[in-house]
Design a protein. Structure first.
Length: 322
């Protein structure tokens, strides 16, 4: 039996924290609770920019798990277990948000903004049988990954100049590339110098993203896109680091990390509700600042983790809701 990679569990937890930080830091920016261009706004933008790798990493972790040839994935299991679970969770939590936040109940509730990721996951899972065939052919895997990366770099430079031709309608779609790159990176071993170069590019990606946010003064700038060159190199470097260097904190610590990691799906679903409950209350006692963001994100993570852990004690809810 293959040993569990605890480093990937840590990466999943950090990615979940990153998503919460994006939404916590984005709130004062988008609602102008903090004036754009001020020092406080720059700090919030920095926290947002430093967390942008989190969503791509979630996609990479899915690819790493489902593209493993040792994992059997018949269509009956893919649709009956994994896709069905996401659909049920989406309907349930949409209704929950509709009842508790909007005082209304539409046929499937109100589509909360962060639920776009669930729809994307369903699409990824539907494409997984095709990706598994690609992953098992070394030439096709390498070809797809490098052409996908070339297209993304090409798009990125299109933000600085007029490109001679448009590649936006190619088959090499966004998150499929992350899935296949995860499998590709996990299957290769880089020489030490190239490994360090990859880590250097990851740090550079974060730095460029931070200064891009501050320079453009735009929370929606292309530097923060989940498929920008900055997000790609950062997510690649973090995934390679964790997939090739397994942390071992001992039986007890590893068990705690694994337990928290298994709560991240439910935590993702409920964290926006937690943030909404927390952030307005925190603003009553703490002036609008970067500290407000940090406190709100921390409280939302801890509160969401407690609720999710409790829900997972109920077998039916554990299987379908969290």
């Amino acid at each position: 039996m293959q040993e569990r990679n605890v480093s990937l569990d840590i990466l999943r937890i950090c990615a979940c924290l990153g998503v919460i930080m994006i939404h916590a830091a984005g709130s004062p920016e988008h609602h102008h609770w903090i004036e754009i261009g001020t020092t406080e706004w720059n700090w919030c933008a920095t926290l947002d920019a430093l967390s942008r790798w989190s969503v791509p990493v979630f996609a990479m972790l899915s690819g790493f798990l489902f593209l493993n040839p040792q994992k059997e994935l018949p269509l009956s299991k893919l649709y009956g277990k994994y896709i069905a679970r996401i659909v049920v969770a989406l309907i349930f939590w949409s209704l929950f948000y509709a009842f508790t936040l909007h005082s209304a109940c539409y046929p499937f509730g109100i589509q909360e903004g962060h639920f776009w990721y669930l729809g994307m996951c369903i699409g990824l899972y539907m494409a997984m049988p095709i990706m598994r065939h690609i992953a098992q052919n070394k030439f096709m895997l390498s070809y797809f990954c490098w052409v996908w990366l070339g297209c993304k770099v090409y798009f990125f430079f299109g933000n600085y100049c007029t490109l001679p031709f448009d590649l936006s309608h190619l088959l090499f779609v966004d998150y499929v590339g992350y899935c296949l790159w995860a499998y590709y990176l996990s299957s290769i071993v880089l020489e030490r110098k190239y490994e360090y170069m990859l880590y250097g590019l990851g740090i550079l990606g974060m730095v460029v993203c931070v200064f891009g946010y501050i320079d453009t003064k735009d929370p929606d700038c292309f530097y923060g896109s989940y498929v920008s060159a900055t997000s790609i190199v950062t997510s690649f470097s973090l995934f390679y680091l964790c997939s090739h260097h397994n942390y071992d904190g001992g039986k007890s610590i590893n068990k705690i990390i694994q337990t928290i990691s298994e709560c991240t799906f439910g935590l993702y679903l409920i964290h926006m509700w937690m943030l909404i409950q927390v952030i307005f209350r925190v603003h009553r006692f703490v002036p609008n600042s970067v500290y407000t963001v940090l406190i709100s994100a921390g409280m939302a993570f801890i509160g969401g983790l407690i609720v999710t852990y409790g829900l997972k004690k109920v077998p039916v809810l554990k299987k379908w809701i969290v």
